[in-house]
Design a protein around this ligand. Structure first.
Ligand code: SF4
Length: 483
């Protein structure tokens, strides 16, 4: 695993291009007599969200304003290639923009993200969507200003897909955080695991860990800036390496002990890599979230082998049980794929067995869909849609019941909640998360309300909430005090 390198000359070119873009957009704004606006639509995982925050930071530095309603002057679609439906959505969305792009020749439509690492997708854009202005991949993210400027000067579609694994370090980029209390902090990029169903190692490249000191500097800056929550991100955070040795436990401990964060989260952990030490550190630090996301994918040893996931059902159960034992009020979530090629009823029952034994508090469940370019896409033994649907709904029924029970177990308790803002659909209700990542919707008694505050003004504050009623995917409550 190599440490992320920073090419100094690249960053000088980026700075120069950014200055030129700022001047270009200022002049466009003057000629149109209004602000120049942008929107960034993000598909997929938190790493994509983190990339979008960097793109937004750059757009804001060019003087663009975020657009909430009408069609903006610049649109970025940051794509994901993990699931087939995300790809279908992208091509559907591109069609939507055709008329708008014809209407205004200054308008810019940009597509980036993991899907752009798949040649067929780039070819399809070139052939069927000539009005897309710029296409680039995640490895080229830091060069976005250079590419955008080239495109504006050349007036024709520009495609720039890198062939190496190079990524510039985040520290050099302006970031526009989506939430004022939460910061996403990538600690590593890429993946070496090559699970046979997954396209990520081909789109995000091999594992590269960020420099430890730079991560610490980011954490200090974020702590000084008052961020309450950080999320350490990577495709496989437990593979984080510094000073030529595995270093995630130390990184987690330092993040918890050296700074003033209320909540520290991390995502994702591969079951083959997570150590007892990490669970012990979680148990012994109150500011590390009591929630572990541990992707099971399948409970059958045979299918795990076919997926190239080098752990067994027994090992997974051992890790999950240790977590339950050490952090009794914690929660476990997972990812499960139903209908991997060759999955028999017995294999599926093994998965259900793990689900019931662990009692996951929540789960992301998927029906297998082949990703072109992966090993599994060429495997025989594809399941019929009927069998797939039947297994999926049986799994869902069990998992929904487990999630509801997990919410029910909260009723009657009082816990710390980090407020995320107004609950969707009711401006009198606030929403937030417990340390175990349970979603809480709650009201504030009149005597605790802060004069002049709207619901969203409470975002990022901590409070104590008494839980009153469980719902399928959340818990209702009443605030008792601010903390
Ligand atoms: S660990 Fe497996 S599923 Fe996760 S990103 Fe790597 S290859 Fe994909």
């Amino acid at each position: 695993m190599t440490v992320v390198r920073v090419k100094g000359e690249d960053m000088i070119a980026v700075k120069d291009a950014s200055s030129e873009l700022k001047a270009y957009f200022e002049s466009l704004s003057r000629s149109k007599g209004r602000d120049i606006t942008y929107t960034v639509r993000t598909y997929g995982c938190q790493l994509n969200e983190s990339d979008s925050e960097k793109l937004e930071g750059m757009l804001i530095s060019f003087g663009l304003k975020k657009c909430e309603d009408s069609i903006p002057d610049l649109v970025i679609l940051n794509t994901c290639s993990v699931r087939e439906n995300a790809e279908d959505r992208l091509f559907g969305n591109l069609g939507e923009f055709k008329a708008a792009m014809r209407e205004d020749s200054d308008r810019l439509l940009i597509v980036c993200g993991c899907m752009m690492k798949v040649k067929e997708n780039v070819d399809r854009i070139k052939k069927s969507f000539p009005y897309v202005d710029l296409v680039f991949d995640p490895q080229n993210l830091h060069r976005f200003p250079v590419l955008l400027l080239q495109k504006i000067k050349r007036h024709k579609q520009l495609t720039d897909i890198s062939i190496d694994d190079y990524i510039a370090d985040d520290t050099l980029l302006d970031i526009r955080r989506q939430r004022k209390f939460r910061a996403l902090v990538p600690i590593m990029y890429g993946c070496n695991n090559f699970c046979t169903y997954c396209i990520v190692p081909y789109t995000r490249g091999r594992e590269r860990s960020r420099d430890y000191e730079l991560i610490m500097k980011d954490l200090k800056d974020l702590s000084d800036a008052g961020y309450k929550e950080i999320m350490l991100l990577g495709q496989n955070v437990n593979s984080y390496t510094a000073y030529d040795k595995p270093y995630f436990p130390q990184l987690l401990r330092d993040a918890a002990e050296k700074f003033d964060f209320k909540r520290i989260r991390f995502m994702s952990s591969h079951p083959k890599d997570i150590s007892d030490e990490v669970i012990d550190i979680m148990a012994s630090h109150d500011n590390i979230e009591k929630h572990l996301h541990l992707p099971l994918q399948s409970g059958s040893d045979r299918i795990l082998k076919a997926m190239n996931r080098p752990y067994t059902k027994e090992k997974f159960l051992k890790t999950a049980m240790r977590f339950r034992e050490m952090i009794s009020d914690g929660s476990l979530s997972t990812d499960i794929i139903v209908g991997f090629p060759g999955e028999t009823e017995e294999d599926f029952l093994e998965t259900l067995d793990v689900v019931k034994k662990v009692g996951f508090d929540s789960a992301f469940t998927f029906q297998y869909s082949p990703r072109p370019g992966t090993v599994a896409a060429k495997m025989e033994g594809r399941l019929s849609p009927e069998v797939m649907r039947d297994r999926f709904s049986r799994l869902l029924e069990i998992q929904n019941d487990l999630a509801y029970r997990s919410n029910q177990a909260k009723v009657g308790k009082t816990e710390d909640v980090l407020i995320e803002g107004e609950s969707s659909g009711d401006s009198n209700v606030l929403t937030g998360r417990t340390s175990s990542f349970h979603l809480i919707n709650f009201t504030i008694p009149d005597e605790l309300k802060i004069e002049g505050y709207s619901s969203n003004d409470y975002e990022g504050m901590m409070c104590r909430v008494r839980f009153t009623e469980a719902r399928p995917y959340s818990v209702d409550g009443i605030m008792e005090s601010f903390i």
